[in-house]
Design a protein around this ligand. Sequence first.
Ligand code: FES
Ligand code: FES
Length: 158
Amino acid sequence: MGVERVRLTCTINGEPREVDGLWEGESLLHVLRERLALPGSKNACEQGECGSCSVYLDGELVCSCLVLAGQAEHRDIVTVEGLGADGDLHPIQQAFLEAGAVQCGFCTPGLIVATHDLLGRNPSPTDPEIREALAGNLCRCTGYEKILDAVRLAAARP
Ligand code: FES
Ligand code: FES
């Protein structure tokens, strides 16, 4: 019996996309990185524990490693690549750079998407609110203080 192949039809970063030949059980993260050349979402744990693969699915922050490609059918996905306009850095990305919150950078895309989600809901978060919002995003390098600085900086900007 052959392996069933699946087609995914969805919108990614505002563009209709169709991907054929997915295997059953393939994650959205794998589709983004390996089939659609969108490597911004990182693959660190594949278990929903590090947040490095965070994307929006119909406006909701999710770990794309935990989303089956089939669950994304006819849905709207926004990745870190979709946040900046016309190749420019998004102001949150700029704030992370300026605050020195990027070291190896592996956690950064997930943190950028999670910060974008936080500031969309709460433009002036307190430190505890920032910590809570980013609690699912692990960073092995920075000790988190510079990440907090970056979020504060992004929040302070118009
Ligand atoms: S790779 Fe998805 S949460 Fe870690
Ligand atoms: S900057 Fe290296 S894991 Fe966060």
